[in-house]
Ligand binder design. Structure first.
Ligand code: SF4
Ligand code: SF4
Ligand code: SF4
Length: 416
């Protein structure tokens, strides 16, 4: 049986196929701290791709409130419980390495059960019924459901998490490096594009067996009864490949990314090396955020698909919850976010500065504008300028760390 290297797990793992890596990979970073759950991203995807008959329940992009929300309902809690049942007490990380079983390994080792390529389940119709249950529902104090904690809402050095908390989790297909949907498809209808790593379902080959829906740990393929096929996020590939007239044919970020009101999303393409890891590309903003600043982490890396979506964890949420969701590195990521370096702050200011994909950035030093204490140390704010460059090396955006402040003339103060 083939083994592949999964760098997010810090080890080799079992996968039904040999590794095959694309030249470049679509990847994205979401800053959960800034999301306002406006669902503009969700509607941007829906109005572009899933507005037809048979697609009513399809939300390829959705934003759910954690810990209670989920679409389909309970998708992550259910799978975590299934994995725990297969490998009780041993689904743990040791020194940055995951020593438990991934969905592929748990399926391989399952004795006497119906064989699966990846451990999973098919959600019931009921679980697909409500895309946003649990919206804005916070964790209550122990033993007092429905009540808010009297003193649970301040962050300080001694209390780094709220006791009453929730946060928004933005979700779409992760265009995984080892897709479980692809591994499970008996028709070989699912493929990963060599040019950008986008994972697609060939609608001609698909026969609607729904094995992908069962296997995907993130539950992102969805069944369409009018065509009897499965459909999923297509990574807005026409935009990524430069077919968007709005940007004059430049590689353009996906609809759910560019429409983000909270400016929490940055999507791009990263170079993949011969070993399947991201090639060192210091000034690609995604490479910087994930591998240099180490401020963004994958969603449930322990599932084993090596997802290409990364999240800056919410800083007010109890660490144990976040560690289960994002793996090791949570404390370091939150520290880096709370007292950002000059470069990190400049890169964060590039989020949603342009619709075009940023391939490289550079930072020009500005003057000091503020100082304070953060993480127990002195911290200074500089009004640096971040400059973004596109696929052809030309400048596509420029922004400063301090947002410009405009005062509307009195004559227009009460109207447009
Ligand atoms: S998130 Fe699910 S549907 Fe998307 S590539 Fe990964 S396994 Fe496949
Ligand atoms: S990348 Fe495109 S297809 Fe995928 S969820 Fe976002 S808008 Fe929808
Ligand atoms: S558009 Fe942005 S801020 Fe609004 S819900 Fe989506 S990710 Fe969050």
């Amino acid at each position: 049986m083939p083994t592949v290297k999964n760098w997010q797990l810090g080890r080799e793992m079992h996968y039904p196929y040999d590794a095959a890596w694309p030249k470049r990979q679509l990847a994205f970073v979401f800053n959960t701290n800034r999301c306002i759950a406006c669902q503009t991203c969700t509607m941007a995807c829906k109005s572009t791709w899933t507005f037809s008959k048979g697609q009513e329940h399809m939300w390829w992009n959705n934003v759910e409130t954690k810990p209670y929300g989920g679409y389909p309902q309970g998708w992550d809690v259910k799978l975590l419980a299934m994995l725990e049942k297969e490998n009780p007490g041993r689904q743990v990380w040791r020194d940055g390495t995951f020593t438990g079983k991934t969905v592929f390994e748990a399926a391989r080792d399952r004795a006497g059960e119906q064989p699966q390529r990846a451990l999973g389940y098919l959600p019931s119709d009921d679980e697909w019924r409500y895309p946003n249950t649990g919206e804005d529902v916070a964790v209550a104090p122990k033993g007092a459901p429905g009540k808010a904690h009297a003193t649970g809402v301040a962050l300080s050095a001694g209390s780094p998490a709220h006791q009453t908390w929730f946060f928004y989790l933005q979700r779409l297909c992760n265009h995984c490096s080892y897709p479980a949907c692809l591994a499970a498809c008996p028709r070989k209808a699912i493929y990963k594009r060599p040019e950008d790593g986008i994972v697609l379902i060939d609608q001609e080959r698909c026969r609607g067996y729904r094995k992908c829906m069962e296997a995907c740990p993130y539950k992102k393929p969805m069944y369409r009864s009018t065509t009897r096929t499965a459909e999923k996020c297509i990574g807005c590939y026409p935009r990524v490949t430069g077919k968007e007239p709005l940007t004059g044919g430049a590689p353009t970020e996906a609809r759910c990314m560019t429409s983000c009101v909270g400016k929490i999303r940055l999507q791009g393409l990263v170079e993949i090396g011969p070993d399947g890891r991201w090639k060192e590309d210091r000034n690609n903003p995604l490479y910087f955020l994930v591998h240099v600043a180490k401020v963004a982490l994958p969603l449930y890396p322990q599932f084993g698909t090596q997802p290409n979506g990364y999240y800056i964890p919410p800083r007010w949420v109890p660490r144990a919850y976040l560690e289960q969701m994002f793996g090791p590195g949570v404390a370091e990521a939150i520290d880096a976010y709370q007292a950002p370096s000059r470069e990190l702050l400049a890169v964060l200011s590039l989020f949603r500065a342009t619709q075009k994909i940023i391939f490289r950035y550079e930072v020009k030093a500005g003057k000091k504008v503020y100082e304070t204490t953060a993480n127990g140390k002195q911290w200074e704010l500089f009004d640096d300028t971040a400059i973004a460059y596109g696929h052809d090396g030309r400048e596509i955006a420029r922004t400063t760390v301090e947002e410009p402040f405009f005062v509307r003339p009195e004559a227009h103060s009460n109207g447009i």
